[in-house]
Design a binder for this molecule. Structure first.
Ligand code: SF4
Length: 424
């Protein structure tokens, strides 16, 4: 992997800002999590605003409704005139009677449920006792506590807590097992599974395709994070004695190779086997990237904070596509998980958190070729003649791994191409 002026994370000046922010709340994660675990159901305990957010974020509500819904809190609930727990029990009981195929029910907290201090973890325990055989868990997707992708983190953390614990018993040494952590599209999961198999490694994915098929997690677990926003989930695994394999994230040809290499090194895969296993796919990825390099080379890109994918994506664009980074904003900078990425990123302005007006001033002053930002900021910036990329697309599109490297570069190249055409 090419290294651009390595910089120790501790030596890096990070601009930390707190103020008004323009980021979706953690409920958004339901949009991709319900596809990943078709036997799970997400019941948001929230307001009509929450229901509208989900409906517009999902876009495909008509197909998705069977796997998520909103228990809408009315005025009388918020005013404390009704017993919310009683009402929730009734909603859940009716839902589970109507939908016997649900194996895991997530009660998802929202801003309104946080404000009235509805105790959803306790409600989940109570309801689980009333409905044996169904796993009932809770997490918060509220905009007070979470941004955008942190909803997935909160969901997976609660799922990990309910996974079985391994114990060696009688001093028997446990055989290390590899776990990839983070929701990935099935097609990407299949590609990674084949690559690991060619390296001679068995792998499991968390979450898997069934919410009930949970891996036992303990000191034998070695895990690779597939997403940079899983701080709480990683902490739950580490509390169980699992070991995180530090690596850059699997974006682009070099990023994916380095991610796989971390597992290969840990499990003692011999270098020749490793090279043979990844060479064809890595070559395909490099060829796919060449097609977009001409468009991206030398372009100035500004990342506004949105999904926590910004740092790995910026590294990919700079080191594999020749992009010049103006500023890389992220809602939260997990220094430990991002250390391998930061070491590869070079001397770039990184900002954490957001004071949106100040950041917009910096965008206007820099006038980058491309600004990666949330939906709400894209239109006003386009109106000012700036070219933008919706950050949310990067979460909804398969972008991990060798086979998606070209598509990932294309996501950034396309708006630049469109801009060039419009200018002509
Ligand atoms: Fe809005 Fe909060 Fe509901 Fe998210 S959880 S849609 S931020 S009210």
């Amino acid at each position: 992997m090419s290294v651009a002026a390595p910089l120790a994370p501790s030596a890096r000046a990070v601009l930390r800002e707190r103020g008004q922010r323009e980021v979706f709340c953690g409920l958004t994660g339901i949009v991709w999590l319900h596809r990943k675990m078709p036997d799970a159901f997400f019941l948001v305990v929230g307001s009509r605003t929450c229901a509208h957010l989900l409906q517009s974020a999902a876009g495909v509500m008509i197909f998705a409704e069977p796997r998520f819904a909103t228990a809408i809190m009315e005025e009388k609930d918020l005013a404390g005139l009704a017993d919310m727990n009683e009402e929730l029990d009734g909603v859940v009981t009716r839902l589970l009677e109507r939908r016997p195929e649900i194996r895991t029910l997530f009660l998802v907290g929202s801003c309104p449920s946080e404000v009235i201090k509805l105790d959803l973890p306790r409600a989940a325990q109570r309801l689980a006792a009333q409905h044996p055989g169904i796993r009932i868990l809770s997490y918060s997707g509220s905009g007070i506590e979470t941004t955008f992708t942190e909803g997935e983190d909160a969901c997976l953390a609660t799922l990990a807590r309910s996974a079985p614990v391994t114990s060696g018993g009688d001093g028997v040494a446990l055989i290390p097992e590899l776990l990839v952590v983070g929701a990935l599209p099935d097609i990407v999961e299949d590609q990674f599974e084949r690559l690991f198999a060619d390296m001679g490694l068995a792998v499991r994915f968390f979450p898997g395709r069934s919410s009930t098929d949970l891996p036992a997690i303990g000191s034998q677990t070695r895990f690779l994070l597939a997403q940079p926003f899983l701080g709480e989930t990683a902490a739950v695994l580490e509390d169980r004695g699992a070991l995180r394999l530090a690596a850059p994230f699997p974006f682009g040809a070099d990023g994916t190779a380095a991610w796989l290499q971390a597992a290969a090194d840990h499990f003692g895969v011999d270098p020749l086997t490793f090279r043979r296993a990844i060479a064809p796919a890595r070559e395909r990825a490099k060829r796919a990237l060449e097609r977009h390099r001409e468009q991206l080379q030398g372009k100035r890109i500004f990342f506004m904070p949105d999904s926590q994918l910004e740092v790995p994506l910026a590294r990919f664009l700079a080191s594999e596509c020749g992009v010049e980074l103006v500023e890389v904003g992220t809602p939260y900078l997990h220094a430990r998980h991002l250390a391998p990425e930061l070491a590869l990123l070079g001397d770039v302005q990184i900002s954490e958190g957001q004071d949106v007006d100040k950041q917009l001033d910096r965008v206007r002053a820099a006038r980058p070729d491309l600004t990666v930002c949330g939906l709400g900021l894209a239109n006003p910036l386009e109106g000012e003649g700036l070219t933008t990329k919706w950050a949310i697309e990067l979460v909804f599109t398969p972008i991990h791994g060798f086979e998606q490297a070209g598509d990932l570069a294309e996501l950034f190249a396309r708006p630049l191409r469109r801009r060039d055409l419009l200018r002509i």
